[in-house]
Design a protein around this ligand. Structure first.
Ligand SMILES: *Cc1c(COP(=O)(O)O)cnc(C)c1O
Length: 383
């Protein structure tokens, strides 16, 4: 019945762990699920209030515009200016998305012909690979290795592959690793993209979730980035709005227009009231995100310490909602044992690609008291 693009989806690796989790819950075991990257904290009240008011506005009851409200796109541009000192023209360098996943999943359709190469990191958010496959492109993996600070080694990409590549996906601060990129890497990346005529698609939903005062970069801060790149941004992680489905893609105007062309033939835009609430989010006082960051910082500290005490090899993340710990051997086996011994669920690294094998990802998107409980269980289990 199904088309090859569905039949060829990668196998679902976590069936056994999901089953064990459900069975444990059915037995009444108090399972702590640290496998999901979905903020537990509520959306700030002023944003919810803005939605309520915007829902009453009858102009929001009809089809929204394809590219998004100019008011929302202007708020995104202003936010980029304030946050990164990046200038964007809201008329043609910003497009509203139904969450950044939607834009990422549609983007290859605008640029990839069958057989064209998309360079994708491994381990990575799985959408880059499936979106490439849906466009009948060939995904070529760039391993993210510890010895390269979890950055792709651009020089290791063979020139003939680079010449066939139309697009490259990247994501810093990185899910699942928690690694960040520095300016010098981003400069090298832009030179590489220019040399081989590759469109860089930088996925940046975690820019505001950073620790120890290490502000994260936008790729667009680098000179010349707009010639070759777009950046996906999302309100999901910054403002606890995963359920709202709103984000944006910004940067190179031709690339933005290409994604818009695909979208205008598939969806009909984002509910106007959600965009109005999105404006309220983007204009939030700085303290809103500072407070969210403080909560996460505490969780990161205690879970990092507990994993270190267990003897696992890991770096303290500079950003994101994740701790990425080396456990060696089969990550699926380790996750199964962890569940059995502590009733904690974490994500096996293999689920993010073969270079994720040997690692486990712990998320901090559960209430602080649950993370504290998880820490106690890990201490009790011991190394
Ligand atoms: C959460 C996440 C997204 C998607 O966020 P949206 O809710 O679709 O805006 C995109 N990329 C990565 C790496 C993520 O972790």
């Amino acid at each position: 019945m199904y088309a090859d693009r569905i039949k060829n989806l990668p196998p679902y690796l976590f069936a056994a762990i999901d089953k064990a989790k459900q069975e444990a819950r059915a037995r009444g075991v108090d399972v702590i699920d640290l496998s999901v990257g979905d903020p537990d904290l509520p959306t700030p009240a002023h944003i919810v209030e803005a939605l309520k008011q915007a829902a009453e506005d009858t102009s929001n009851h009809q089809y929204p515009s394809y590219e998004g409200k100019l008011t929302f796109r202007t708020a995104v541009a202003d936010w980029y200016k304030r946050t990164f000192n990046v200038d964007l023209d809201p008329r043609n360098e910003v497009l509203t998305l139904i969450g950044s996943k939607e834009g990422i999943a549609h983007a290859p359709l605008a640029f990839i012909n069958p057989g064209d190469v998309a360079l994708i990191p491994d381990p990575a958010y799985p959408v880059y690979r499936t979106a490439t496959a849906f466009a009948e492109g060939e995904a070529v993996v760039m391993p993210l290795l510890k010895e390269n600070r979890f950055l792709p080694d651009l020089e290791a990409i063979p020139a003939d592959v680079a010449r066939r590549a139309k697009i490259m996906f990247l994501n810093y601060p990185n899910n699942p690793i928690g690694a960040t990129a520095d300016r010098s890497f981003f400069r090298e990346l832009i030179d590489f993209a220019r040399e081989y005529n590759i469109i860089v698609m930088h996925d940046n939903p975690y820019s505001e979730i950073y620790y120890d005062g290490h502000r994260s970069l936008s790729l667009l801060e680098i000179d010349g980035a707009k010639d070759v790149a777009v950046e996906f941004h999302s309100l999901s992680k910054t403002y606890n709005m995963t359920g709202w489905r709103i984000g944006s893609v910004v940067g190179n105007s031709e690339v933005v227009a290409g994604i818009g062309k695909i979208k205008s033939n598939i969806d009909s835009g984002t509910f106007g009231a959600v965009q109005d609430a999105g404006i309220a989010a983007l204009q939030s006082p700085k303290e809103i995100v500072d407070d969210i960051r403080k909560i996460y910082q505490h969780r990161i500290e205690i879970l990092y310490q507990a994993l270190q005490d267990l003897g696992l090899e890991l770096e303290k993340p500079r950003a994101t909602l994740y701790l990425w710990a080396w456990v060696g051997g089969s990550s699926i086996e380790y996750a199964a044992q962890l569940l059995e011994k502590t009733s904690i669920v974490a994500t096996p690294g293999l689920g993010f690609g073969k270079y994720g094998e040997g690692y486990i990802r712990f998320s901090i998107t559960q209430q602080t008291k649950r993370i504290e409980e998880a820490v106690m269980r890990l201490e009790k289990m011991g190394p």
